[in-house]
Design a binder for this molecule. Structure first.
Ligand SMILES: Cc1cc2nc3c(=O)[nH]c(=O)nc-3n(C[C@H](O)[C@H](O)[C@H](O)COP(=O)(O)OP(=O)(O)OC[C@H]3O[C@@H](n4cnc5c(N)ncnc54)[C@H](O)[C@@H]3O)c2cc1C
Length: 261
């Protein structure tokens, strides 16, 4: 992701209880030209005393001609860098963004689609929904803390949208600690409850890494036999870890999995 784009906050809007949409303008969005992945993301660079801090976010609807792009930030409390920044950001503030990267857009030749995630993946899920053909069928499953966190996804009629009202972060951590697997099971339980459709599925599954990698992923890949090539699955964040410490968790998981074959 070598390109760097300078962004200036144009406006901010609270689009749900948990999401703040920050609209940016830029004199040069050429790095986004030709980027067609619906999950396109950037690394936002926050300048801290101790050096730059990178945070990964989904870049929504870049318009290269108009010089506009938006990011929906989960405002998850006082911890961290990007969430607290977004909660108080105002017009004129500047950030730089490295990227974009990406790796998924709905495969129109699939028989059905499965889009699963939590609030952090809601922006990418919304972009995927907007990229679906109008006759698409399948499911969207999103875990949010409560009804006031829902947004209108405008999904095609054939896509059943299931909202899972999980716990907020603190209660989620307590639930996860109580469960023998150490994971919050609400998301995977909701996915397991879906009637499985016939034909080839194309899946997009992202969110809290424990729930995604230890809950939904084994269900889809092992129990349902979904080929890896037909599923975009990864953690977007890890409960109790900053993005830096989450990167360590990811690399430890990859090492353990490759050792296990
Ligand atoms: C490809 C990709 C795309 C992403 N797109 C988006 C996006 O569009 N919008 C978005 O909001 N996030 C998105 N994320 C997730 C985001 O990068 C992380 O949530 C990130 O950790 C937030 O940084 P922070 O500085 O706010 O918190 P950090 O400093 O990283 O973490 C501080 C504390 O907050 C907790 N925390 C972090 N994120 C959350 C959360 N979502 N809910 C509750 N607690 C949290 C951590 O566990 C930690 O305890 C994406 C991640 C990836 C990999």
């Amino acid at each position: 992701m070598p390109s760097t784009t300078q962004l200036t906050v144009a406006s901010t809007e609270r689009i749900s209880a948990g999401l703040v949409r920050v609209r940016f303008r830029s004199d040069d969005l050429s790095a986004f030209a030709g980027s067609t992945d619906s999950d396109r993301y950037v690394k936002l660079v926050f300048d801290r005393g101790e050096g730059p801090v990178l945070r990964t976010y989904t870049a929504l609807e870049p318009d290269v001609e108009a010089g506009t792009v938006a990011i929906d930030f989960v405002v998850h409390g006082y911890d961290g860098v990007a969430g607290p920044w977004a909660a108080q950001a105002g017009p004129g503030e500047t950030l730089s963004a490295r990227g974009p990267g990406g790796g998924y857009a709905p495969d129109r030749s699939a028989d059905w689609h499965l889009l699963v995630g939590d609030e952090s993946a809601l922006p990418a899920i919304g972009a995927a929904v907007r990229a679906l053909p109008t006759d698409a069928v399948g499911y969207v499953v999103v875990e949010v803390p409560g009804r006031e966190h829902q947004i209108d996804l405008g999904a095609p009629a054939g896509m059943d949208v299931v909202w899972v009202f999980g716990a907020d972060d603190e209660a989620g951590a307590q639930l996860a600690a109580k469960h023998p697997s150490g994971q919050d099971r609400a998301l995977v339980d909701a996915v397991r409850a879906l009637p499985w459709r016939s034909g080839r599925v194309h899946a997009f599954v992202h969110g809290e890494a424990g729930a995604v990698m230890h809950g939904v992923r084994p269900y889809l890949l092992k129990e349902r036999g979904v080929p890896r090539a037909d599923a975009s699955i990864s953690g977007y964040w890890r409960r109790g870890r900053s993005e830096e410490s989450f990167r360590v968790w990811k690399s430890q998981l990859a090492t353990a999995e490759s050792a296990a074959g």
